[in-house]
Ligand binder design. Sequence first.
Ligand code: SF4
Length: 327
Amino acid sequence: MAMDPVTKARLISCGRIELPEVFRPEGPVSTAGPGAGERNVFFRGGQSRVRLSVAEGSPLKLAELEGDEVAILLEDAEVARGVLERPLLHCPRQAYITVSERCIYDCKFCAVPKLSGGVKPKERVVEMVAQALDTGELEAISLTSGVERTPEEEVARVAEIVKALRKFDLPIGVSVTPAERSSRILQEAGADEIKYNVECLDPVLFERVCPGVSLEKIKAALADAAGRFGKNRVFSNVIVGLGESEIALREGIEELAEMGVLPVIRAVYPHPLRVGEVEMVRPSPERLLDLARHLRRALDVHRLRGDVAETGCYRCTGCDLIPHRDL
Ligand code: SF4
């Protein structure tokens, strides 16, 4: 049964699901981004996919049906029917790998600085991709990274890894903190797509939630990346639910699209390690739908497409309503 955009918006807005014992995933927890450290399930209804964090006490419950089929229930009423998908590395069909699981910055919604995890050497990343390839399901490689020491050093580290991964002949996307000449360095290393996250498009709030980071510098890096990588190859996460100004958010989405950048409108994830540090309220289904339609209009005006990405979140679609894929 196809999952329509209204249903997907309801599921994303809730963001969590309770699983019966038989479905409890035992694989590794995610190490990427604001939701790092959480267990996830991926549900597919028709052509649409949604990722939900596993949590006891969620109003959404998963129920087993015949064969592989499952249903998502809200207060005992079925809201969606489909199948569960196996994540490969972090998400289905991709090796989505966090290189440095630590960060010198302290963005108030992100768990990575609090988790202070390890830094994977190049050989380990290559080995992980080779193992993912052996499953026969691997279609793309996405690399993300916190900043262990400096953005420059991190870009150089990831560029070396990209060079080593070219041998797999798969599309490679990279999401890092931009640095001097980072787009050129990563493009020459062999990256196909790039993501620099603006995180918050409200400049006043940005200073509070991303201390020590410059919104203007990220935008300048995105403009440079769009010039180098071309149409439909540059992305930027925009977190929604931090108490941002609606006008600044909507104008910021238009500004990014005008630059040739595809914004990823991401519902804030109130990570337990960050509770109380900043306002974090999951957006309502209505707001998610409204913003996704606004985004789609902005992409259409600038002749950008949400359905041609080869890597990352526009390819996965698990966390967001993706223009030209979901609506
Ligand atoms: S949409 Fe992006 S962050 Fe969400 S599960 Fe997929 S790859 Fe991960």
